[in-house]
Design a protein around this ligand. Structure first.
Ligand SMILES: Cc1cc2nc3c(=O)[nH]c(=O)nc-3n(C[C@H](O)[C@H](O)[C@H](O)COP(=O)(O)OP(=O)(O)OC[C@H]3O[C@@H](n4cnc5c(N)ncnc54)[C@H](O)[C@@H]3O)c2cc1C
Ligand code: SF4
Ligand code: SF4
Length: 431
């Protein structure tokens, strides 16, 4: 009995001084297999596997694909030749067959997610550079109203898949429908919002299509060879990687909400709507039993116009009360750096940054936050940034529009008093 384990794509990494280009190089699929008829169960290979991926079960070796990193140490140690490394070559893809930019527009409870509209704005620029169509796809039940809204966004084509089983997100069904659609219409680029749904859906589709996917892109562009340049923070956010998928199609990317700017849409008269009929049956593996609404204490940072964020410089969790008072006066929400979340000062719903929320309020006040690149990744799209920090050399001042050097324990109360005074003494000319 022989089984192929752990197929994965190889990455060729070319590094430059301050940025990295990763090429998703997917022509070969690699795996490790055990030839059970040759295995004597001696257990020698178990000892060399530092990842504890090998177990001897009933006298025969079994390799756990989730733990194995394909280091191949077990292959050379096995005198019986019972472990084999296999490289499977894939036929090259005809890149010319693929045309167009496709945006998956997510809807929930009959509401279009903003990130879909942000991706349409970004997709338009990519499509214009490539001189191809901008296509969208929407899945759901009874979504005519949403299709009418989409028509006003100036896209060239809308694929509509209307089915009662697609009313709510079910991973296997959404994947099946989108894989079929992509195989049939062959877009060269597929963009998906980096929401909870998008993050689950995109890898499933990419793996079914055996193509590259870059998650959480912060920038998208086209190079001279029509490749999609997918920029995202890498290695802990210390460098920006530029990733291309030169050998496979479609090129897939997810982008988190608020990363791309939503533009004012100009409708076109010749938007084509294509209704796709699908034959779906109830899935035994996944079924929606109940939809539970998000808990009320979740803050809606993504849509907040004003955010007051606190960092380790607050000194202790109780000092968030000062920020809450400032937020009340200004009508804003509370954000936080990861340092505060990790310290247990505030819940992770408030975290702004690379591993938290991406926000773009009109006003972002960073209090006692140093300005680490991972924090900036989540808030640098803010319209106006005010930083309060006692260290005048703190990196946050480099991106701040206004900086206040001082102890937050003095600056914040004084700001609150001044704002309250200004509010109380503003002349209401209508009286
Ligand atoms: C993979 C990875 C992902 C990450 N993701 C995130 C993320 O999503 N979000 C995030 O925020 N971080 C993230 N981080 C952590 C990030 O690198 C920083 O460690 C973190 O942002 C630092 O938080 P801070 O600015 O609150 O704390 P510090 O860096 O300790 O800064 C505290 C600041 O407060 C100032 N200060 C001190 N006392 C006062 C005072 N009394 N008044 C005014 N100012 C004062 C100090 O001068 C200092 O500048 C991530 C890190 C990694 C490796
Ligand atoms: S070293 Fe070879 S023969 Fe021995 S248990 Fe491992 S795979 Fe089997
Ligand atoms: S290839 Fe390496 S990680 Fe995988 S089972 Fe063998 S020794 Fe362990």
């Amino acid at each position: 009995m022989a089984s192929l384990l752990n197929p994965y794509s190889s990455l060729l990494i070319i590094s430059t001084i301050c940025s990295v280009i990763l090429i998703l190089h997917l022509r070969v699929i690699m795996g490790i297999r055990v030839l059970a008829e040759r295995c004597t169960g001696c257990g020698v290979c178990v000892k060399v596997c530092t990842l504890q991926a090998i177990k001897v079960i009933d006298g025969i070796v079994s390799i756990d694909p989730l733990n194995c990193n394909l280091c191949r140490a077990c292959i050379s140690i096995c005198k019986s030749g019972a472990i084999e490394f296999k490289v499977e070559k894939k036929a090259p893809v005809d890149l010319a067959e693929y045309r167009g930019v496709l945006v998956f527009v997510e809807q929930r409870n009959g509401r279009l997610m903003d990130v879909g509209l942000e991706l349409i704005s970004c997709g338009k620029k990519l499509a214009a550079k490539l001189e191809v169509e901008l296509q969208t796809v929407i899945l759901g039940k009874g979504i005519d109203g949403l299709v009418n809204r989409l028509k006003k966004t100036g896209v060239d084509k809308i694929y509509v898949v209307n089915h009662k089983l697609l009313e709510n997100y079910i991973g296997s069904l959404y994947t099946e429908v989108l894989v079929r659609l992509i195989k049939e219409y062959k877009p060269e680029i597929v963009l998906i919002g980096g929401t909870t749904i998008g993050r689950a859906l995109a890898p499933r589709i990419a793996s079914r299509l055996r193509t590259g996917l870059t998650a959480d892109c912060t920038g998208l562009d086209i190079d001279e060879n029509r490749n999609l340049i997918q920029t995202r923070p890498a290695f802990g956010g210390n460098i920006m990687a530029r990733i291309i998928t030169p050998n496979h199609r479609p090129q897939m990317a997810t982008v988190r909400p608020n990363v791309m700017k939503k533009e004012t849409f100009v409708p076109t008269s010749d938007c084509e709507v294509i209704n796709i009929d699908v034959n779906l049956s109830c899935n035994l593996m996944e079924r929606i039993l109940e939809v539970v609404k998000e808990r009320d204490f979740r803050v809606n940072l993504e849509e907040a116009e004003i955010i007051i964020s606190g960092g380790r410089g607050l000194g202790k969790p109780e000092n968030f009360r000062l920020l809450e008072e400032l937020a009340r006066v200004l009508g804003g929400e509370i954000g936080a750096s990861r340092a505060c979340v990790d310290a247990g000062w505030i819940s992770s719903f408030h975290q702004v940054g690379q591993t938290g929320r991406t926000v773009s309020p009109r006003l972002y006040i960073a209090v006692g936050i140093s300005g680490a690149i991972q924090h900036l990744a989540g808030m640098q799209g803010s319209e106006c940034i005010v930083a309060i920090n006692k260290d005048r050399l703190a990196p946050i001042f480099q991106i701040a529009d206004y900086g206040i050097v001082g102890d937050m324990l003095q600056v914040v109360p004084s700001l609150i008093n001044k704002l309250k005074y200004a509010k109380d003494h503003t002349c209401d000319c209508s009286k």
